[in-house]
Design a protein around this ligand. Structure first.
Ligand code: PLP
Length: 431
């Protein structure tokens, strides 16, 4: 194997890292060079192990290389690694679609596959827009989205986004949305709800859909709103007869303590976007679920079809792994594991919320977050905590000055103890 110094040199010569100011990286960062990962752990080239506190950007919900997922991937690889999905089908795509619909909120019965969270959202945007265009409401071309929203990086998803670090520079090529204030704790979610009601009253004839991250705005820094907000938005969109798009790319499949974040409010969206944990940190895979009503709006003359797709739509490897993941949720009773561990995260983060230098803390399901007082993605205190955590064997990438954990849902109890204690020590040390 190439030695560590040589790899880092090649990386620094050629690899352009995501979300990374490269000057700072080139000058200051000694990157983790990960060689393997298993369960909740990443192992680097020197044999050091790190607890993966954010489940590698929220995908390793069942831990890394879960044996059932690895076996499903290997088995699928032996027969069919890929074929196109236009007018062709295969067992993993058909069975997974049926299984997802059986588990999904009421009324979702059609699955459009793609390959990442951003494309799952693009599919939803285009389905909403085209539906109204060809079903008698062509003026419905606009979307309502929240401040702090993050729906991905393709231009449609960027347009919906409300974190200026990610959107500001792309304004010339993105569309304008009807923007709501951040839905956050008791002070602002009610204002946000008022704004939804006002916008639907004044612009209802133009609104193709309301797009939200239900319960938790992840990339905004794990901002949480109560289920009442979600329920009220569903009622308002129903009354206006427009669509509610639930972007569950982060929250889907038990991250928030319920299978779907929309379950907290007992509501069903018109479109549900899924990716990240769906294929359990193996291969990129995504799905957008929708209703018979929307599906029917694309039937009839050929020109009404959804002329859209991605090369890897419904990839058999991803679909086979996703099916295996759904079995693991059932066989290992992930829901009761989450029910047992979530209160421990809640308790630890409530305690850390009282530490000097911590402005606020919050938690929901298998998510715990702390704000360190600074503002925005370019703040640096979170990175001091990151360095302290790294020295303690925890990979704890912050979002600006928000320090958070989203561990694998099946993290063993003793590893969760290590994680929560380590985060607290790192915060104390950094402040
Ligand atoms: C991560 C994320 C996306 C984008 O997913 P990618 O796979 O990175 O394209 C979209 N929506 C939400 C809520 C996300 O958390």
């Amino acid at each position: 194997m190439t030695d560590r110094a040589a790899l880092v040199a090649l990386d620094k010569r050629h690899v352009w890292h995501p979300y990374t100011p490269m000057d700072r990286y080139l000058a200051e960062t000694d990157p983790l060079v990960v060689v393997s990962a298993e369960g909740s752990w990443l192992t680097d080239m020197d044999g050091r192990r790190y607890l993966d506190a954010n489940a590698s950007w929220w995908v390793a919900s069942l831990g890394h290389r879960h044996p059932a997922l690895v076996a499903a991937l290997r088995a699928q690889l032996d027969s069919l690694a890929h074929c196109a999905l236009a007018g062709i089908t295969h067992e993993p795509a058909a069975l997974l679609a049926a299984e997802l619909c059986a588990l999904s909120p009421e009324g979702l019965s059609r699955v459009f596959y793609s390959d990442n969270g951003s494309t799952a959202v693009e599919v939803a945007i285009k389905l909403c827009g085209q539906y109204w265009a060809q079903n008698g409401r062509p003026a419905r071309t606009r979307f309502i989205a929240l401040d702090g929203a993050f729906h991905g990086e393709t231009l449609g998803a960027t347009s919906l986004g409300g974190v200026s670090t990610f959107t500001r520079l792309y304004a010339p090529w993105t569309f304008e949305v009807l923007r709501l204030p951040l839905a956050d704790d008791a002070t602002t979610w009610e204002q946000c709800l008022d704004a939804v009601a006002r916008l639907l009253r004044t612009h209802g004839d133009e609104v193709a859909g309301v797009v939200i991250e239900p319960m938790v705005q992840g990339a905004a820094g794990m901002r949480m709103h109560p289920p009442e907000f979600l329920r009220a938005v569903r009622e308002l969109t129903r009354a206006a007869d427009t669509f509610l798009v639930a972007d569950e790319v982060f929250t889907g499949l038990w991250r928030t303590g319920r299978r779907w974040a929309t379950d907290h409010a007992d509501v069903a969206p018109d479109l549900l976007c899924l990716a990240k944990s769906l294929s359990g940190a193996t291969v990129p895979f995504a799905a957008t679920l929708t209703t018979e009503r929307i599906f029917d709006g694309f039937r009839g003359d050929d020109s009404r079809a959804f002329f859209y797709g991605h090369t890897y739509c419904g990839n058999p490897l991803g679909a086979a792994v996703a099916r295996a993941a759904l079995s693991v949720y059932r066989d290992e009773d992930i829901p009761s594991q989450v029910a047992r561990k979530a209160p421990r995260i809640a308790e630890a983060f409530a305690r850390m919320g009282a530490l000097p230098g911590v402005a606020r803390s919050r938690s929901l399901g298998m998510i715990g977050a702390l704000d360190l007082g600074g503002e925005g993605y370019l703040a640096r205190t979170g990175w001091r905590v990151f360095d302290e955590a790294r020295a303690r064997g925890i990979y704890l990438r912050p979002m600006g000055d928000t320090v958070y954990v989203t561990p694998p849902l099946n993290i063993p109890d003793e590893e969760l103890t290590l994680l929560l204690n380590g985060v607290e020590e790192s915060v104390r040390a950094a402040l």
